[in-house]
Design a protein around this ligand. Structure first.
Ligand code: ARG
Length: 503
């Protein structure tokens, strides 16, 4: 399993709390004391101190800061600032020299962040003000011009969208890899027979390849949903400024083109306030995790000694410290559990947005951690599945034996009788009687003698055994979407063609 661009263990390096008390967490002991003992100097690091007469309490500074987690946006924040500065230059709002200086400064800030030497400051609240403040340290007063015609409200909305767009692409790539692996697996098992279940009772024979293609279809729709949501993620809020737009003669089409946005948010109030695109992503992620949990559950069941249908490679399992015989399906179990976490983040984001009046509210700062956790959980689960699922090894003998045990061809016998003129309800009754005899004798339908079968209906001829075999049962379901081996082969071919649409 290779790690991808996402970094679940977001390092929080070099955080300076800029107060005599160096605890970054709001400590219960000095909770809400407002004695200003731990004040952050408004003339010092804060960038909005002008109208304030009293310094912020250090607890409040730490409590309201988001830099501990939103530094994850640093690269996208700087990318957005470079585009904004470029646009300000092209519109004659900043001079070309100013723009060049600002861009070079921003590039240096990015290098400092990526090399880990950047000093993040709690007093500077969030990634946006940390970057801007360091820019001004580097390039001098001209750095203060960067924020012309924008606000942190449109800035943060832009950052989330740029970041989520990239993560969505990464997730889609993992999904395509997983689906392509499933098509290869299905292709190898168009003739590997297993019981198909309803109510977890043996129902009718299917091929293992057909079952795997059911998983493929679930994941295919999940991918379509993410691609559809990506269009709504990829709309640009920048230019909405705080809420109403800006008095400067900006050109939003320039920034949108520079940042690769396919559209521009059409209303400034909506642009800075709504997080429906993140909720939509998390909703898609929840459906996807629900699917992964179903696949997990099947693998877990099938790996039990009672089923013994499949094995997964040892690298996805662990042993028991006390029971030497155990090989536990840890990865599918954990993914099954992680689905709960993603559902929870969906509820968090819905609840966060519920009843918020227009436009931006500080509540929205709480959008980030649930979204990060959702993306990290989903990405990790897909990384594991993309390697694990295509490497399942079915135990064809055990699957076949299980299919033989469950009277899986009973419907085939009923269909045979119908083709010979028996009404389906009567045929159902006849086969029920035959199954009862099989159970009494402890044998499959195909093990009953011709005479034994014929006592239930004159319509039964000696060709009946052709229809009672598992192979005959599969081959008979020969239409689009059916389990006949040639249909499953065809479904693999069309699946590969459909998957190309995502490339
Ligand atoms: N840290 C803030 C957030 O995550 C950025 C926007 C803050 N805007 C404001 N007016 N306080 O949402």
């Amino acid at each position: 399993m290779n790690a991808t661009s996402s970094n679940p263990s977001n390092p929080k390096q070099n955080i300076d709390v800029s107060s005599p008390d160096s605890s970054t967490k709001p400590a219960a002991s000095d909770g809400y004391k407002n004695d200003n003992k731990h004040a952050v100097d408004p003339q010092g690091q804060q960038m909005w101190g002008g109208r304030f007469s009293e310094a912020t309490d250090s607890f409040v500074a730490a409590f309201t800061a988001s830099v501990g987690f939103d530094q994850r946006f640093a690269r996208h924040d700087i990318e957005g600032s470079i585009a904004h500065a470029t646009m300000l230059g092209e519109c004659g709002i900043l001079s070309n020299d100013e723009v060049t200086t600002i861009i070079q400064g921003l590039q240096q800030v990015l290098r400092e962040i990526e090399s880990g030497e950047f000093n993040w400051s709690i007093a500077l609240e969030d990634v946006h003000m940390n970057v801007e403040s360091r820019l001004t340290d580097i390039v001098g007063a001209v750095g203060k011009k960067l924020h012309t015609g924008r606000s942190r409200n449109d800035q943060v909305a832009t950052d989330i969208r740029l970041w989520l767009r990239e993560e969505t692409d990464n997730i889609i790539e993992l999904l395509v890899r997983l689906q392509s692996g499933l098509l290869d697996l299905a292709e190898q098992h168009t003739d590997t027979i297993m019981p198909g279940f309803t109510h977890l009772q043996t129902a009718q024979p299917v091929s293992f390849g057909h079952h795997v293609l059911a998983w493929f279809e679930m994941l295919y729709r999940d991918t379509e949903r993410l691609i559809d949501t990506r269009r709504r993620i990829n709309q640009m809020p920048l230019g909405s400024a705080a809420l109403a737009g800006t008095t400067f003669p900006i050109d939003r089409t320039i920034t949108a083109a520079l940042l690769g946005f396919e559209g521009i948010c059409q209303n400034s109030l909506d642009a800075v306030s709504d997080r429906d695109f993140a909720i939509e992503f998390t909703s898609n992620a929840s459906i996807l995790m629900m699917h992964l949990s179903r696949m997990s559950e099947e693998i877990i069941l099938w790996m039990s000694a009672q089923f013994n249908f499949v094995q997964i490679p040892d690298r996805f399992c662990t042993g028991s410290s006390i029971m030497p015989q155990k090989k536990n399906p840890d990865v599918p179990e954990l993914v099954r559990g992680k689905a709960a976490r993603v559902f929870g983040q969906l509820m968090t984001l819905l609840s966060l947005m519920k009843s918020q009046p227009l436009a931006y509210n500080k509540d929205n700062q709480e959008d980030k951690e649930p979204l990060f956790d959702c993306v990290d959980t989903l990405t990790g689960s897909l990384l594991a599945f993309a390697d694990m699922l295509p490497n399942i090894v079915p135990n064809a003998d055990a699957m076949r034996a299980a299919t033989m045990k469950g009277y899986a061809t009973a419907t085939d016998l009923a269909d045979y009788l119908v083709r010979r003129g028996v009404a389906f309800r009567d045929a159902h009754e006849v086969v029920g009687n035959a199954v009862a005899l099989g159970i009494a004798e402890g044998v499959d339908l195909s093990d009953l003698s011709f005479e034994q079968l014929q006592q239930f209906s004159d319509a039964i001829g000696d060709d009946v055994f052709d229809y009672l075999t598992l192979e005959g049962s599969l081959a008979a379901r020969d239409h689009l979407g059916g389990t006949a081996p040639n249909q499953v082969k065809q479904a693999v071919i069309s699946g590969r063609a459909r998957l190309k649409a995502f490339a």
